[in-house]
Write a protein that binds this ligand. Structure first.
Ligand code: PLP
Length: 298
């Protein structure tokens, strides 16, 4: 059984005027009815931020980390600071509205845009629905190609206006990269900086295992700080693995014992092929990671 829940957040930020000062902070609305102005800057310019949050058996995963990143993205875009308490409550209300509420895997998307041009009020909504079946990606793995992102590894420091590392609504480039992967006969992408440093997937974080160490690109490389990768690293450290953030080349990926793309909703997807070369899947470790990710309820 599927269901969808949509909440419009009337008071997305304490620092910006509410859409209707007397209305509740958020309201359940009809998913099938139009809610967004054609003049909304989120729609016309991709000028806004979002989060996608896994929900396992009714519990949002890494909710605090997602809310903190939502606020960080807002700050990077100079949007009004989200009222985190309102967003948290709206997320929980959206999940509670799913039918059946506690079943299997679902996900929630939060969006805050700059609103209608000149209106000075951000637009916000929360959408929840049941997840598609990711069994194939999680068990058979992904064929991945590396693609040049066209920016140097230090773009976040040299050109902060490019918003590298913010979770903005402008994902047309990320979608185009996946289409390029499909044209090349692959499923997904690992972006590499123009100076050869491994970055991230278009919707995921790269994790590799070399022996007893899990490694991932450092977040000062102009990439998104992944909540899933952070959860995996916390768990792995408790299990006696070393964890490392750093600068890695494609040769480091090729030398790894196992590779994953990890993200909310799809969770840990092992890589079975990188640029046409076979990569060994660590099925047992993948199952353990995904069991842990599904069990988190912070
Ligand atoms: N990097 C990018 C560009 C993403 O879009 C995402 C997720 O959407 C991630 C990394 C992984 O982040 P998370 O694990 O918090 O979902």
């Amino acid at each position: 059984m599927t269901s969808q829940v949509l909440l419009v957040v009337n008071r997305p930020s304490l620092t910006a005027p509410a859409h209707s000062p007397t209305a509740a902070p958020f309201t359940v609305v009809d998913c099938d009815a139009a809610q967004l102005s054609v003049l909304d800057l989120g729609a016309t310019r991709g000028d806004g931020i979002f989060e996608s949050i896994s929900v396992s058996a009714g519990h949002p995963q890494a909710l605090d980390a997602h809310l903190q990143r939502f606020a960080r993205s807002a700050a990077m875009l100079e949007l009004p600071q989200p009222d985190v308490a309102v967003w948290r409550e709206a997320i929980l209300a959206a999940i509670a509205g799913l039918v059946p509420p506690q079943s299997g895997e679902s996900w929630v998307k939060t969006v805050m845009t700059r609103g209608v041009e000149g209106d000075n009020r951000p637009t916000g909504w929360v959408y929840a629905t049941h997840s598609p079946d990711f069994t194939a990606a999680r068990t058979d793995g992904l064929s991945v190609v590396t693609l040049d992102r066209g920016y140097r590894h230090d773009v976040a420091q040299t050109s902060p206006w490019l918003l590298a590392g913010a979770k903005t609504l402008s994902y047309a480039v990320n979608r185009a990269a996946v289409r390029e992967a499909v044209r090349r006969g692959a499923d997904d992408v690992i972006f590499v900086s123009s100076d050869g440093i491994v970055l991230e997937g278009p919707t995921s974080t790269v994790v590799m295992r070399h022996g007893n160490t899990l490694l991932t690109p450092a977040t000062d490389l102009g990439i998104l700080a992944g909540t899933t990768q952070a959860t995996v690293f916390d768990w792995a450290a408790l299990k006696g693995f070393s964890t490392e953030y750093g600068s890695f080349s494609v040769a480091d990926l090729e030398a790894a014992d196992a590779l994953w793309l990890v993200s909310s909703v799809r969770l840990a997807a092992p890589i079975r092929e990188l640029d046409g070369k076979t990569v060994t899947i660590d099925a047992e470790f993948t199952t353990r990671i995904n069991a842990e990710l599904g069990a988190q309820s912070s």
